[in-house]
Structure formats: structure tokens, C-alpha cells
Design a protein around this ligand. Structure first.
Ligand code: B1M
Length: 211
């Protein structure tokens, strides 16, 4: 088995120290940071994402795999930066104003990072101005919003309206999700994308980059 396949296999199993060790060994063998990222860490996280979508694995397994990804990335990040490897896109992500739930939002962040996105995390209880400022400051082209309460869902529309008022609607795309959120709600408030789970959020974000 190639060392990148070994990295992917161990990431899927959530073997964080082993992933870190293998990433280090792969660098010592002369593999490029981009190859290790794409064929090792991202390949493994893609498998976890697909299994999560099919309910073959659950939140704890994803969190454990994400921790392994994080440990591998700690070794790889400085080398990626030195090699000038760019993220595939930048996403500002947060839980909307009034809402303190962040477990789902954090899973989305991990999946996006696992797929090669740079995530600017605005945390919880994030007001519209903070989302928009973070996107403008970082050059992100997607704002991702999470809401878990029916009472905080309207805060998503406030962000979309504020983007429109600032003349940024369409330039900065919006992606929404969270347990009470639906595609029809996304259509109703004019969000550019909706995803029912963290793995689908990656597909939706990639599709927003293309359109
Ligand atoms: Co709260 N809570 N909670 N809670 N809580 C719910 C959401 C609730 C359904 C429980 C219930 O009554 N059955 C209910 C909401 C009812 C409603 O509005 N319809 C509720 C309530 C009422 C409240 C309080 C008001 C309770 C109170 O104080 N009276 C209060 C509100 C506080 C606030 O936010 N202002 C409150 C507080 C809390 C805790 C702080 C105790 C805690 C949060 C801890 C934390 O997040 N750090 C908490 C929890 C844990 C829950 C439940 C039990 C679990 C939520 C969760 O983490 N799910 C929840 C009941 C439940 O869902 N069974 C509940 C796991 C997580 C992985 O799923 O977040 O849906 P989820 O994320 C998924 C997808 O939705 C999607 O991907 C994720 C992974 O697949 N997704 C996205 C999420 N964001 C996305 C963004 C995307 C795309 C996909 O694009 C950007």
C-alpha cells in the first residue's frame, strides 16, 4: 500500500498519532505537500464524508477522523504554505445571531477544511455585519450560516438582505444549513445554497465556486 493510502486509511480509522507520523514520513520520502494533502488527508476525509452521508458512520466517528486530519495538517500546513499551495476556496462560517449551537457548524468546518477549503470561523451568535466584514477582510466568496432554532432562522435572511444592501449579493454566495433549515426555506429567503449535512455542505460549496 502506498504511504498516501496508508494516511487515508488511518485517518478514516481516526488514528491521529499514526496519521501525524505518516505525514512526517511521507515528507521525508520527498512526496510533495499537495500530494500528501490530496491523496492522503483529503482522500480519507472524503471517504468519511460519504459514509456519514449514508449513515454508515455517525458524529463521533467524524469528530475522531477530523482530529486525525487536524494532527496531519499541523505537520503539513507550514510546508503547504512554503510550497504556495492555495486553498480551493474560502468560506466564512458561523452560527447566526441569537443561536449558540455549534456542534453541526464545527462539523461543517471540519469537512470543508478536509476538502481543501480555508474556513474563517465566526463562531456562534454571529451578527450579519460580522459575517460580511469577515468575508470582505478575507476575500471569501462564500458565507456559510448554521441555525438550529426556528427563532434564529430569520437571521439568515438578515445576512442575505445585508449583502444585497451592500451590493455584494451574487459576488459573495450564501450557503445555509442546520436541523430546521430546508431547501424550500433557502429558496424562500434567496440563499444560493442549502445542505442537509456536513458532507453535502462540501458538495454545495464546491458547486457555488463553479456557478
Ligand atoms: Co438546543 N435545541 N437549545 N442546545 N439542542 C435543539 C436544537 C432542539 C431541537 C431541542 C428540542 O427541543 N428538541 C430545540 C430547538 C427547537 C426549535 O427551535 N425548533 C433546542 C432549544 C429549544 C434550545 C434552547 C432554547 C433551550 C433553552 O435554553 N430553553 C437553548 C437555545 C440557546 C441558544 O442557542 N440561544 C438551547 C441550548 C442548547 C445547548 C447549549 C444546551 C446545546 C448546544 C451545545 C453546542 O452546540 N455547543 C444544545 C443541544 C446540544 C441541542 C441538541 C440536543 C443537539 C444539537 C446538535 O448538536 N446536533 C438539539 C436537539 C437535537 O437536534 N436532537 C437541540 C448534532 C449536530 C451534528 O447536528 O447541528 O443539526 P446539527 O448539524 C448537522 C446538520 O444540521 C448540518 O450538518 C450537521 C452535521 O451533519 N448543518 C449544516 C448544520 N449547520 C450547517 C450549515 C451548513 C450546512 C449544513 O452550511 C453552512
Amino acid at each position: 500500500m502506498s504511504i498516501t493510502s496508508e494516511i487515508a486509511e488511518n485517518l478514516i480509522k481516526g488514528q491521529a498519532p499514526k496519521v501525524k507520523e505518516l505525514v512526517q514520513a511521507a515528507l521525508e520520502q520527498g512526496l510533495s505537500p499537495a500530494t500528501i494533502l490530496n491523496e492522503g488527508l483529503i482522500a480519507g476525509m472524503n471517504v468519511v464524508g460519504e459514509r456519514f452521508k449514508k449513515n454508515e458512520v455517525y458524529v463521533p466517528e467524524v469528530l475522531i477522523a477530523a482530529r486525525a486530519m487536524k494532527m496531519g495538517m499541523e505537520v503539513l500546513k507550514p510546508r503547504l504554505a512554503a510550497a504556495g499551495v492555495q486553498p480551493i476556496g474560502k468560506v466564512v462560517l458561523g452560527t447566526v445571531k441569537g443561536d449558540l449551537h455549534d456542534i453541526g457548524k464545527n462539523l461543517v468546518a471540519m469537512m470543508l477544511e478536509g476538502a481543501g477549503f480555508q474556513v474563517i470561523d465566526c463562531g456562534i451568535d454571529c451578527p450579519a455585519e460580522k459575517f460580511i466584514k469577515a468575508a470582505q477582510d478575507s476575500g471569501a466568496t462564500i458565507i456559510g450560516m448554521s441555525a438550529l432554532l426556528t427563532t434564529t432562522m430569520p437571521a439568515m435572511k438578515q445576512v442575505i438582505d445585508a449583502l444585497a444592501a451592500a451590493g455584494l449579493k451574487g459576488k459573495i454566495k450564501t450557503l445555509i444549513g442546520g436541523a430546521p433549515v430546508t431547501q424550500s426555506y433557502a429558496d424562500e429567503i434567496g440563499a444560493d445554497g442549502y445542505a442537509p449535512d456536513a458532507a453535502s455542505a462540501v458538495d454545495a460549496a464546491k458547486s457555488l465556486l463553479r456557478n
